[in-house]
Design a protein around this ligand. Sequence first.
Ligand code: FNR
Length: 364
Amino acid sequence: PLLSECFNLHDFEAIARRTMKKAAWGYYSSAADDEITLRENHSAYHRIWFRPQILVDVTNIDLSTTMLGTKVDAPFYVTATALGKLGHPEGEVLLTRAAHNHNVIQMIPTLASCSFDELVDARQGDQVQWLQLYVNKDRDITKRIVQTAERRGCKGLFITVDAPQLGRREKDMRLKFTDSGSNVQKGHKTDNSQGAARAISSFIDPSLSWADIPWFRSITKMPIILKGVQRVEDVLRAVEAGVQGVVLSNHGGRQLDFARSGIEILAETMPVLRQHGLDKKIDVFVDGGVRRGTDIIKAMCLGAKGVGIGRPFLYAMSTYGQAGVERVMQLLKDEMEMNMRLIGCAKIADLHPGLLDTRGLFVH
Ligand code: FNR
């Protein structure tokens, strides 16, 4: 189909399923075990309803907001997803260019197919990137990665904390991994018999703990954000540890099956933060299953600073390249603009929990 015939993000997924190489589809679309969390991530949004307010001037809708001090045109960002060249020969650099054209932030993955330098060099103007970090058992390597990122202008360090071991993604494991172009970290043999995910992840340190956070604080001035927080208790602990943010996320359902959705954890977290007067102390992001403008609006109503989106950009990139990624971004902006109008809010700062009925959210 023509790109102009893709009317929503689900269309891109359906086309990608039909047209992508098997191994790439297997790696991108797969999730842990029975993929219950994968499905829950999107369906949790279906348990939240709107309580629109009427008779508000919604002539002009402004979707812009600020994330970690960066002004962006819309409250979503391109989250880190590994192995971009599985889907498209040019890889993540296409995401960099699309993010620039839509003025949204890109999170660079540790395991990008393109080199870190290539992705930083592709930045245009005052475009902003963050770094996603998998912590290496060899802390000298980790330190070098972090300090290189800071020196090269990254504006946030997102430490992935939900992957001490990579989850079992059986769809991916059935396909032997043969890609050699990935940015695998040196000094570690890869076992290609267990799918792409496991082949590239053996360097990750399962001993990473709260005790390591002060060390990260000591080696960088970048804001530190923990990616993959799944309960309010850990959000409070993150505040205590002095980090600047958390991403409520289950890694797109690819790690612990039966992990709860990010949006549900957000609804659990924000009232507690407000109760303790901590909601201004830490920036809360959420990702997983965001496929519609209304999903983003719901997360912003509940108090998120921004939402991360993964697979839809990969599917669009794999099939239509940069133009596909940009169309996904435009569709999300268009859907957001229309639905902001319909709920009676002209700007992001006007979104609030009273616009939602979340009574059903916690009922599974
Ligand atoms: C990911 N994700 C991820 N996260 C991370 O911290 N480091 C990584 O290398 C990757 N790699 C990765 C690859 C692929 C193919 C996917 C789909 C996801 C998780 C990602 O950052 C994010 O949490 C989810 O993708 C969000 O869910 P959706 O938007 O894909 O539903």
